[in-house]
Write a protein that binds this ligand. Structure first.
Ligand SMILES: Cc1cc2nc3c(=O)[nH]c(=O)nc-3n(C[C@H](O)[C@H](O)[C@H](O)COP(=O)(O)OP(=O)(O)OC[C@H]3O[C@@H](n4cnc5c(N)ncnc54)[C@H](O)[C@@H]3O)c2cc1C
Length: 398
């Protein structure tokens, strides 16, 4: 039922961009994904998937493929970084699934992206191109034009693409957002994440657990969970630092990490000591906004609403965006400006809530002194049902 001769151009082939291509194809819309990297790839790390994104996977017909590769943890567990005792435990088994209808899962990012990519490759409505860095955009009313650079250092002019419309799914440092909104760089949060993946055989047996677990400490926390059928353990160590202005995906300094985690329990130190090479992220987000679209250009995923990772939802929100956008396009019979406006209207408060709640969760995880004691007391007294209800706005999905 496609009603456009030109494809919809999608800038960025990450989780959001590929999910958008799939969701559009399902509604009969042709798209063409332009990715700057030389291949479609994700970083070697885990990602958590809430039940709200499984609802989307169901619609996209991906649930079986994702489930084959995912690990389903038994609990979400918060431990105290000083005592190593459990502070809160949210069961993710039968009761959780009955409540939310879908599971909570952990997966290697490469596996998730490959499921999306394979599904895209099977669709005759989706074009995929790598080594295409979008540098300029023009909205001509009836169509859009996009200029690209190519080559190892993007030194050469690439093709100019003509599309019916443009979706900016180009992440935190979005070029499309800069063109659309001009609101400068993302906010540097002062929080740094070091990530690594460890063969689980290197994790001392007593620390292995079938859970998504983390130690929460003063201005620090350390997450660990199993992926790839428990063969690998994903680690994310987060701490506050104002040493870094900005940056993305560079190598971390183990000496700094050990200094920041000097006050934590021995168990957490033991895990940290197992890793020699960490990748580092300077964590950024933005204030929520509600002007992600103009004419035939619209933003999606981190480009529209980048959030801190404390809610483990940035990727899930990008997939929700994708389905909502495709739905609105179908409803308006392919009226781009109108469907982009209604998509934005449907999404901005939910994603704003995720952005704001993620910051708040960061404060809770990193509490110190009396606030830490208060957190531990309040969370320890919470029933699983109360914990589920506190997440209902998010996990019930859209
Ligand atoms: C430490 C950490 C842990 C996280 N944990 C979770 C979690 O557990 N669960 C969860 O749901 N989310 C999590 N997130 C968030 C999640 O990773 C992001 O929200 C998600 O990857 C956003 O997807 P996206 O497709 O919008 O953007 P991206 O994944 O950033 O993809 C953007 C793509 O666009 C390409 N691109 C950029 N500019 C251009 C250009 N000019 N031309 C062409 N291509 C371009 C990039 O190369 C990239 O492939 C976490 C994030 C961090 C940092």
């Amino acid at each position: 039922m496609t009603n456009v001769d030109r494809p919809i151009l999608i800038v960025g082939g990450g989780i959001g961009g590929l999910a958008a291509a799939l969701a559009l194809a399902q509604k009969g819309f042709r798209s063409h994904v332009l990715e700057q990297a030389s291949e479609f790839k994700e970083i070697g790390a885990g990602i958590q998937l809430g039940p709200n994104v499984f609802k989307m996977f169901d619609i996209l017909g991906m649930t079986a493929a994702v489930s084959r590769l995912a690990t389903f943890p038994e609990n979400l567990v918060m431990m105290d970084c000083i005592t190593s005792e459990d502070v809160a435990r949210i069961p993710l088994g039968k009761e959780f699934r009955e409540r939310f209808r879908y599971p909570y899962a952990l997966i290697h990012r490469v596996d998730l992206l490959n499921v999306l990519l394979e599904a895209c490759r099977k669709s005759s409505l989706i074009g995929l191109e790598t080594s295409r860095k979008v540098t300029d955009i023009a909205d001509h009313g009836g169509h859009v034009l996009v200029s690209t650079k190519t080559g190892p250092a993007f030194e050469s002019d690439g093709p100019v693409y003509e599309g019916a419309a443009l979706i900016g799914a180009d992440g935190l440092w979005s070029t499309v957002r800069e063109w659309l909104i001009h609101d400068g760089k993302p906010r540097v949060s002062g929080h740094i994440a070091y990530r690594a993946v460890l063969p689980t055989e290197h994790v001392p047996e007593r620390l292995r657990r079938p859970d998504m677990a983390f130690w929460a400490g003063e201005k620090t926390h350390l997450v660990y969970y199993p992926i790839r059928s428990g063969m690998l353990t994903n680690l994310v160590a987060v701490f506050h630092s104002n040493r870094y202005e900005e940056g993305w995906d560079s190598y971390g300094d183990p000496a700094e990490l050990h200094e920041r985690f000097a006050g934590v329990c021995q168990d957490a130190k033991t895990l940290l000591s197992k890793i020699e090479t960490w990748r580092m992220w300077v964590l950024c987000d933005r204030e929520p906004i509600k002007n992600w679209t103009r004419g035939r250009v619209v933003l999606l995923g981190d480009a529209a609403h980048p959030m801190l990772q404390y809610l483990a939802q940035g990727g899930c929100m990008a997939v929700e965006d994708a389905l909502c956008l495709a739905d609105q396009l179908e409803k308006t019979g392919g009226d781009f400006p109108q469907s982009f406006q209604s998509y934005q209207q449907l999404r901005y408060l939910r994603t704003a809530r995720a952005q704001v709640t993620a910051r708040y969760y960061g404060d809770v995880y990193h509490a110190a002194g009396v606030v830490r004691e208060l957190r531990n007391q309040l969370l320890a007294g919470r029933s699983p049902q109360a914990a589920y209800e506190s997440m209902a706005w998010l996990y019930d999905g859209v």
